[in-house]
Ligand binder design. Structure first.
Ligand code: DHB
Ligand code: FE
Length: 283
């Protein structure tokens, strides 16, 4: 008999932390930020916290509860989950002020570099019995001036039909529903996959406990994650959502933008099809 471990917050949290520790951004760390910026921004954050304490008459028991919770978030490895759900969307909003072309969205904690490279027309790696409505997602990558970008990379990753990401849930094969699709000479791609399910923040860890304690909901709408890269161009980090899907208007991570909502059509054989083009600015 084989035992299939079910995903836990501790599992996805620890994996998200381990994964972040392999990135250049992690290794750059505080050395990437000048002492002046550290002082200015940290002072502003602390002033915000101080003001919240004054405005709400925060008590010693509440302060100690917060301390206990912060310790648990760190020990559970959940900082990537917490920060990407509750903070990253504003960092993205600031970055978007200077970016032309396709609208961006948050990266989230579940990107893994070095996915399998695939040709322009490709099916994402998936299990033989992968559940979910088949989806054929096609489009073109272009420069802001309209020039098609051949050889561009459409790096795509997504949750499965139960809302789990490979690499962060022990029951899924490595690389499942992840791939780097390389566009053809006309910048085109056609990706066969399945429709993802909405994603639920793990409810059994400290982030989940906070959500329960505050009586919020832990859901993100179903989404595809994308990093679209082309030589000489600024990479677009984004997500695509599904018209009419649950939580599209109520994303816990506040990362939905109207331009990023797909409206797939059923083509008559149970498969949904949709097109979406990506536009990149020169860097
Ligand atoms: C989180 C998960 C996601 O799938 C995502 O796209 C963004 C954030 C999270 O749990 O932090
Ligand atoms: Fe996600």
């Amino acid at each position: 008999m084989t035992t299939v471990e079910s995903p836990t917050a501790a599992g996805s949290g620890a994996n998200a932390t381990a994964s972040f520790r392999t990135t250049e951004a992690y290794h750059a760390g505080t050395a990437a930020v000048s002492p002046q910026r550290v002082s200015t921004v940290v002072k502003a954050v602390l002033q915000g916290v101080h003001q919240a304490i004054r405005d709400n008459d925060v008590t010693y028991p509440e302060f100690q509860a917060a301390k206990a919770w912060l310790i648990e978030v760190g020990e559970g490895g959940e900082w990537p989950l917490f920060l990407d759900v509750f903070v990253e969307h504003v960092v993205e909003e600031v970055a978007a002020r200077t970016q032309q072309g396709t609208k961006g969205s948050i990266l989230g904690p579940y990107y893994l570099p070095d996915a399998q490279r695939l040709p322009a027309t490709a099916t994402l790696p998936m299990r033989e019995d992968e559940k979910g409505t088949p989806l054929v997602f096609s489009g073109q990558v272009r420069d802001v001036d309209g020039t098609p970008l051949g050889g561009a990379e459409v790096d795509i990753w997504q949750a499965d039909d139960e809302g789990y990401y490979s690499g962060f849930a022990p029951h899924l094969p490595d690389g499942n529903l992840r791939g780097i699709v390389v566009t053809d000479d006309e910048g085109r791609f056609e990706i066969t996959t399945i429709q993802p399910a909405p994603y639920q923040i793990p409810t059994d860890g400290p982030t989940g406990k906070l959500i329960t304690a505050a009586d919020w909901h832990p859901w993100r709408p179903a989404h595809l994650h994308l990093l679209v890269r082309a030589a000489g161009h600024r990479t677009v980090t984004t997500q695509l959502y599904f018209q009419g899907g649950e939580y599209v208007d109520n994303d816990v991570a506040e990362a939905v933008k109207p331009d990023l909502i797909l409206d797939p059509q059923e083509r008559g054989d149970g498969t949904n099809t949709v097109t979406y083009d990506f536009v990149l600015e020169r860097d």
